[in-house]
Write a protein that binds this ligand. Structure first.
Ligand SMILES: [Zn+2]
Length: 157
């Protein structure tokens, strides 16, 4: 079953998705990326219409860097407990470039998205710009990380 849609142009996305992409783009202004010069923004829609944004936060100690997606997800979980996460948009651009550059979420972020989806027992859509320069709207996070590791694995022991 195909659980994602591909759009050639951002104008083909629904208005809520376009709005989230816009908010994610705004959030890139708050990125702290002096090392990679790769500014990432994420915008997360909650079930009451609240939008929580995140940006990547780097550190001279590289392993401590945090992705925009996880900043947004953890912020939403902390500031808006109990609200469901319905849709997440992620965009990136190089410093001093206005044009977005393709960037899809890393494996760690996909794992975190999936656990939030399991916790809320409701799919979270994800919008990203793929390397093909096409917008991918995933209907749930499962297709971003098949054969995932979850709490069920721990319970099986
Ligand atoms: Zn990540």
């Amino acid at each position: 079953m195909k659980d994602f849609e591909v759009f050639q142009n951002i104008e083909e996305l629904d208005s809520e998705s376009k709005y989230l992409v816009h908010k994610a783009k705004e959030a890139t202004a708050h990125a702290y990326a002096p090392y990679s010069k790769f500014q990432v923004g994420a915008a997360l829609m909650l079930d009451d219409g609240t939008v929580v944004t995140g940006s990547n936060q780097e550190n001279a100690s590289y392993p401590l860097c945090m992705c925009a997606e996880r900043v947004a997800l953890y912020t939403a979980a902390t500031l808006h407990p109990g609200k469901k996460m319905t849709k997440l948009a992620v965009v990136a651009h190089k410093k001093n470039h206005k044009e977005l550059t393709p960037a899809t979420s890393c494996g760690a972020c996909r794992q975190v998205m999936l656990e939030f989806e399991h916790r809320q027992n409701m799919p979270m859509q994800v919008i990203q710009l793929a390397k093909t320069n096409e917008w991918i709207l995933t209907k749930g996070t499962g297709s971003l990380l098949p054969f995932d590791f979850s709490g069920e694995n721990l319970l099986a022991v």
